[in-house]
Ligand binder design. Structure first.
Ligand code: COA
Length: 376
């Protein structure tokens, strides 16, 4: 290749453009949104406030937050077309496929579908963020033979999601823990799904198409799909005593242990530190710390055997299980928060757009000549 340089495999350490959304300091194990440490936000902020911060670049005043929260709540309900479409799907459809298809369809039902102004794109982002949790909970109920539950605009995002899923409002401590989980998952710089969203947006495709690309990308086991791999593994392990031999056997077979390792963090992922503590607390609260204890043993073994540390998907799995979420919804729950990050990236991309179009290092044959089919 003439002027272009050859990037590392998997674009490792390649900086593809500026962003003022999220900073990962991989050596320090630090993550900040718009300059605020994510752990501080998880402790003191709310999901709604953190999304406002990410989208606008500053923390809202009380009236700004009240208006934003109300606007999100108002937009949670789904059009009948989406509910009817979900009712027509096979009950065993993968929840991530349902979310991807519903988001894609929502685009066609959006009143501002043809309007690509900043104002219309912001409204689309609010509608998308508001509706993702309703989609996930509605499909869960439909596949269980139950009627979907309509949103309650008086409840916060985290709490209403659990109510729409389970049919009753959870205790406020449970809402708070889930709200913290949502904050920890909001954004993570140019991870694969945010990159996919930005690539799609850079062609001047619309917000819904960009988020559809992102959901398709998050689904994979090396990305957001890892949290479902973790819970399957923890359940197979069954008890803390089995964990070391189970993990060693996986490593001997050269299998990847889901929820460990990271492209950017050279030390522990700070989100994992907070999720580990939430997992411990939930174990105490529920009187069943088995999943937490198994997770701790897996963590110790991975550290001793490979010096690999947990990422966000490891302890979020036991937390989600103890919050009562079904295993195969875990990645969609990740998406319900991350949609705020994807839309922030899409809006930032539109604000300073240039088509993302890299090059490949060609390794195939050259200068061949066509051979008529009867001579091959
Ligand atoms: N289990 C076992 N070995 C792992 C591992 C894991 N979870 N993560 C990395 N490794 C090993 C690789 O096998 C490789 O070893 P090798 O050099 O002997 O072949 C080495 O560590 C480097 O891995 P590599 O795949 O090149 O790192 P990456 O930066 O491309 O991958 C991940 C990052 C996240 C994809 C990777 O750590 C992984 O597959 N983790 C499990 C999936 C997961 O949890 N994803 C969620 C990420 S938030």
């Amino acid at each position: 290749m003439s002027s272009a340089t050859i990037a590392s495999r998997g674009l490792e350490d390649v900086v593809v453009g500026p962003s003022s959304l999220t900073l990962i300091e991989g050596q320090k194990g630090k993550l900040s949104y718009r300059g605020y440490d994510v752990l501080e936000l998880a402790q003191h902020s709310s999901f709604e406030e953190t999304v406002y911060l990410l989208w606008h670049g500053y923390l809202p005043t009380a009236p700004q937050l009240r208006d934003f929260t109300a606007e999100l709540s108002r937009n949670r309900a789904l059009p009948d077309e989406i509910l009817n479409m979900m009712k027509s799907l096979p009950k065993n459809s993968e929840p991530m496929d349902v979310l991807r298809t519903s988001v894609s369809m929502l685009g066609m039902l959006d009143p501002d579908y043809k309007d690509s102004s900043r104002d219309a794109d912001t409204k689309k982002s609010i509608r998308l963020l508001a509706k993702c949790g309703t989609i996930v909970s509605a499909f869960y109920r439909i596949r269980s033979g139950k009627e979907p539950i309509a949103p309650d605009p008086d409840l916060h995002h985290a709490c209403d999601f659990i109510r729409m899923l389970e049919g009753r409002a959870p205790h406020e401590d449970i809402c708070r823990i889930f709200d913290m989980c949502l904050i920890l998952h909001v954004d993570h710089e140019l991870n694969a799904s945010a990159f996919a969203a930005r690539v799609t947006a850079s062609t001047l495709s619309d917000v819904y198409s960009a988020v559809t690309s992102a959901i398709a990308t998050l689904k994979g086991r090396l990305h957001g799909g890892a949290n479902e791999g973790v819970i399957e593994m923890l359940e197979k392990i069954g008890s803390p005593d089995n964990a070391p031999s189970f993990v060693r056997e996986m490593l001997a077979q050269k299998l990847r242990v889901m929820g460990f390792g990271h492209r950017v963090y050279k030390t522990i992922d700070p989100r994992a530190v907070m999720l580990r503590e939430l997992s411990r607390q939930l174990g105490e609260k529920t009187g069943d710390n088995r999943l937490y204890e198994i997770s701790k043993k897996v963590e110790e073994t991975m550290l001793a055997e490979r010096n690999l540390k947990p990422n966000v998907d490891f302890y979020s799995s036991s937390v989600y299980r103890m919050l009562g979420f079904p295993n195969d919804l875990f990645t969609t729950i990740f998406a319900c928060s991350r949609v705020a990050g994807w839309t922030a990236h899409v809006l930032e991309q539109y604000d300073n757009n240039r088509l993302i179009r890299p090059r490949a290092e060609y390794t195939g044959p050259r200068e061949l000549h066509y051979i008529p089919i009867e001579e091959r």
